[in-house]
Design a protein around this ligand. Sequence first.
Ligand SMILES: [Zn+2]
Length: 194
Amino acid sequence: MKAGILLLLLPFCCFSQQEYSITDLKNGKFKADSSFIYTLPFKNHKKVFLVQAYESGFSHKGERALDFKIKKGTTICAARDGIVIALREDSDKGGLKDENLSDGNFISIQHIDGSVAHYWHLQKDGVLVNKGDTVIAGQPVGLTGNTGYSAFPHLHFEVQGYDSKGNYVQLATRFYTNKGVIYLRPGKFYRTRH
Ligand SMILES: [Zn+2]
């Protein structure tokens, strides 16, 4: 009987990515959702402030990305298990000029489903892992900073992966938080919960 129910549910719970409108996305309200649940990319129980979320007006229009305002030198932890596929940590430049777009330090971590999380604006020498390393969710991987296209110390976090049509795009991701399993909204504080 149990196996029968499982088989029945299977076709509905195996979509790689949820469908939603931009309004749903901004409100953090989706109807059916079986997407992966991420860990907030900071140490357990840390309180963090989200300045910009998905589609936020300042610099995230048309973007599925999150900006956490956070003190320089704060430990960044992996939001999901994966392999470090790219990184940079030699820059000490940041600002809002066009040339700053290429000044950002970052880490890119690839997950088992082919999606990749990007952690941006790290401080100089702020990468704690090596290319090729396997990391697990919650493991320290870097230190926040203000390099690249950035006006103040923050972490820009985004995940790129395949949508339901097979296109490689930025994905909105759910997180474990003190407010439950949710899509984050701008202007709010969240506490990490691993
Ligand atoms: Zn950003």
